[in-house]
Design a protein around this ligand. Structure first.
Ligand code: FE2
Ligand code: FE2
Length: 209
């Protein structure tokens, strides 16, 4: 996103977030945060949650990924978000609710989402890793990390070990409803990829793929 609409009520927060997301890992950039915000809003409407908390948490949930000062990126993002929200005059209860959601959006730190808003942020974040967008993000991440398409430590193993497993940990009914068809789309992609590899290998090419 080149221009952030000034009429957006969270314009100032997006501007600050944009600076943190400006780095090489385009799988976790401002566009990701904005899509998580959209998913979060959609789920909030269906689940009857406080969309303000979810929107703020979505925009800031990955800002601590680079140069993390805490053990995990979710803890770093939460700490940075507290400072940003306090500086922008948000009430203390909003700041703490956003912090709680951000800190538990990833399982890496062992925090489990307890509020409905935190559960929705968790699910919204995972929804951005499935479907065509999820595939795009997966290969972007693979590019950053030097992963091959298939084989050991590959895009496919990340899909099998992480993305497929998200389904078991989603918290909301609406999250599961949107996740399942998008995961199926990805499943079809891998089947297609292996079918193509078989065609190529039968004609003697790409044995090392
Ligand atoms: Fe994250
Ligand atoms: Fe994320």
């Amino acid at each position: 996103m080149d221009k952030i609409p000034t009429q957006d009520p969270l314009h100032q927060i997006i501007l600050v977030a944009k600076g943190f997301y400006a780095r090489k890992d385009r799988a976790h950039d401002l566009e990701h945060a904005l899509r998580v915000r959209e998913w979060g809003n959609k789920l909030a409407q269906e689940e009857g949650a406080d969309s303000t908390i979810i929107e703020l948490a979505a925009l800031l949930h990955d800002i601590g990924r680079s140069g993390a000062v805490e053990k995990t990126h979710s803890e770093s993002s939460a700490g940075l978000a507290v400072n940003i929200l306090q500086k922008n005059g948000y009430p203390q209860d909003v700041v703490w609710r956003v912090k709680e959601a951000i800190i538990s959006h990833s399982r890496e730190a062992g925090h489990v989402p307890t509020s409905l808003e935190a559960k929705i942020l968790y699910d919204a974040d995972k929804l951005d890793f499935v479907g065509a967008i999820g595939l795009g993000r997966l290969f972007t991440l693979g590019g950053v990390n030097g992963w091959p398409l298939v084989g050991e430590n590959s895009c496919e193993t990340f899909y099998q070990e992480r993305i497929q497993g998200y389904k078991e940990h989603l918290f909301t009914k609406s999250g599961i409803k949107y996740f399942e068809p998008l995961l199926l789309y990805m499943e079809g992609f891998w089947q297609e990829l292996h079918a193509e590899r078989l065609i190529i290998s039968l004609s003697g090419y790409a044995k090392s793929m």
